[in-house]
Design a protein around this ligand. Sequence first.
Ligand SMILES: *Cc1c(COP(=O)(O)O)cnc(C)c1O
Length: 469
Amino acid sequence: MELSKSALLRDLPSVDAVLKSGVAKPLFERFGRVAVTDAIRGVLAETRATLKSGTSRLPSTEELVALAQARLADDDRSTLRPLFNLTGTVLHTNLGRALIAEAAIEAAVEAMRDPVTLEFDLAGGKRGERDDHIRGLLCELTGAEDATVVNNNAAAVLLALNTLACGREAIVSRGELIEIGGAFRMPDIMARAGAKLVEVGTTNRTHAKDYRAALSAATGVILKVHTSNYRILGFTSEVGAPELAEIASAANVPLLNDLGSGSLIDLSAFGMQREPTVHEAVAEGADIVTFSGDKLLGGPQAGFIVGKRELITAINRNPMKRALRVDKIRLAAIEATLKLYRDPDRLVERLPTLRLLARTRADIEAQALRILPAVQSAVGPDFVVGPCECQSQIGSGALPLDTVDSAGIAIRPQSGGTALERLTAALRSLPRPVIGRLDDGALILDLRCLTDEAEFLSVLATLDHGISA
Ligand SMILES: *Cc1c(COP(=O)(O)O)cnc(C)c1O
């Protein structure tokens, strides 16, 4: 026994022998010599260990190379992987929020491939400004005097607060001291912006007199924050933006309105609750309005700052702006996305976020019934698969209480145990992972965001039937 084991170990080829055998040659082209050598070394070490434990036979060189190839391919796969978002949350922050419109993708690719007029004024042959590519569009779409863009809305709020209230006081209602997921807490952002937080009112009620009483020579800004991810209901009172604008203007203090999602169009046309548009927030008298690029707007991650010219000028002069600016790739995608808003009639067709949000329950239900048999056959007989009604969420702190009628597929295990966990794990390990939502002992696949049905079915067909064992 010991003898045959050491004979097998002796016959195991060296790294050099495998490399020279010619079998590994096709791998060099794809992965490079260094990585291939490493992978073969790893496979040989593993094989040596299993041979020592006496449980295996000597693999052929072809088998060793195949193992190395599997390792290399696994290592080569991106960890940032496309997946099917069947969670029912359209703008899912953990899944990358808005999907980018084709026009914006093309613009971004072009900007990546070639030198561009990022900060170059073609007419004058002089240095230009990167904001020039979007300033006009943002002013046109929001009615603001001036506009700029930074990395995201958190950066927009940080930069605006730092510019308007560093070393000064920022007044905000206790009902609006929000925490957005991912460590965006208004009091912390204020502290980092160098502004002293002055809370007014109570959690449920804040009045105009509270703001007025808090004003002083040290006031740098009055801040209004859209309560993106919660609502205070019941015995409540808040001061609306128009009245706040009057209070701010009388005290000669700027009003900053952080809209969060901030839509450029009225979404009630698409069956959603009315949410104030950026245009309205500007018209209501806010001196500065901030909002995200990748929430309802449906573009790439970005933070827009629009408002009074002299304030935007001050914001642009803040050295922090340079640290928060966006690159040419995103700028190109933002410009192309904003341009789509010039033709509202075709927006649903062209902007994926809106297209997904506008899908009717009837349309999604029909899709659920169509793919139901394929889903049942993929998950096997240990699960009961049926159609179900769903309520999709918009996500990313847009209209937190407002859901959209949707439909999907509910998958229930015939018996308890770990069947459901095994199923969700198997779906996550598909070449293109499928992410659903667990609800009351069932896996729910909300089909609102399922656009590539053919791809979904072909990926699903590769589901390992081991899960139904
Ligand atoms: C989402 C949100 C933010 C943060 O915006 P990001 O684009 O995620 O940085 C800030 N304020 C409000 C009110 C929000 O809804």
